[in-house]
Ligand binder design. Structure first.
Ligand SMILES: Nc1ncnc2c1ncn2[C@@H]1O[C@H](COP(=O)(O)OP(=O)(O)OP(=O)(O)O)[C@@H](O)[C@H]1O
Ligand SMILES: [Mg+2]
Length: 218
């Protein structure tokens, strides 16, 4: 479902070059739940962005469901992302001026479809139906995270990327969010890649990848 070949990505600040991805090869099957671990600054977010079509690698390729992501034109790529990829950002990325249900309906709106009904259903799935009309500022951190999950699943993506979805949450809320994610992805046979610092959570996955020195090991 997700296949990468020899991914390279570095950042240059002044004269210094940081090699973040240094030849990453991955092969992830449909419906697999894969955890991605590694120290802070090791490139987890960079890798997720690259896999999701949000950051072009300097070298190498990403295939999702057989589609060569970076060979698509900008418009086709955005459309493919909208239809097939869900993304839960490390810091939620909710639009502050939109209510919870409006935020969840955004991917539909981008595709030119009114998805208010589906957005309400997605909010119900994450247990937040009664907060649908709250603005992000009127929600707790865990609730905002659940809105971000609902938004990521509303288009029923084949692949879901989650960047530390339980990062700032207490252990009970973390467990709850994790259970919601696992249940939803099981139900739709979604391929899930999820970043976490919490080794305790990785039991719920099929395998765990470690990123270190720009390379992946299992
Ligand atoms: N736009 C950028 N310009 C320059 N350097 C960057 C940029 N984005 C990331 N980096 C550097 O690349 C490295 C990898 O960053 P990345 O965000 O992928 O790490 P991470 O594994 O997600 O870390 P964390 O666990 O703290 O979220 C870091 O050393 C970071 O400083
Ligand atoms: Mg990160």
């Amino acid at each position: 479902m997700i296949e990468t070949r020899d991914l390279h990505r570095s950042y240059r600040i002044g004269k210094k070059t940081i090699e973040v991805l240094h030849g990453v090869n991955l092969n992830i099957a449909k419906g697999e739940k894969v955890f991605l671990c590694g120290p802070s600054g090791s490139g987890k977010t960079t890798l997720l962005y690259t896999l999701a079509g949000l950051e072009r690698p300097e070298k190498g390729s990403v295939h999702i469901a057989g589609i060569d992501l970076y060979s698509l034109g900008r418009k086709a790529q955005a459309q493919f992302r909208n239809q097939s990829i869900g993304y839960i950002f490390q810091n939620y990325h909710l639009l502050p001026e939109l209510t919870a249900v409006e935020n969840v309906a955004v991917p539909g709106a981008i595709a030119g479809i009114n998805r208010t009904e589906e957005a309400m259903m997605a909010l119900e799935q994450v247990g937040l139906k009664d907060r649908a009309d709250h603005l992000p500022a009127e929600l707790s951190g865990g609730e905002q995270q659940r809105v971000a999950i609902a938004r990521a699943i509303v288009n029923q993506p084949a692949v879901l990327f989650a960047d530390e979805p339980t990062g700032n949450l207490d252990s009970n809320t973390s467990k709850e969010i994790m259970e919601i994610l696992m249940k939803l992805t099981d139900f739709h046979n979604v391929t899930l890649i999820i970043v976490t610092h919490d080794q305790g959570l990785t039991k719920a996955g099929d395998r765990t990848l470690i990123i270190r020195d720009g390379k992946i090991s299992e």
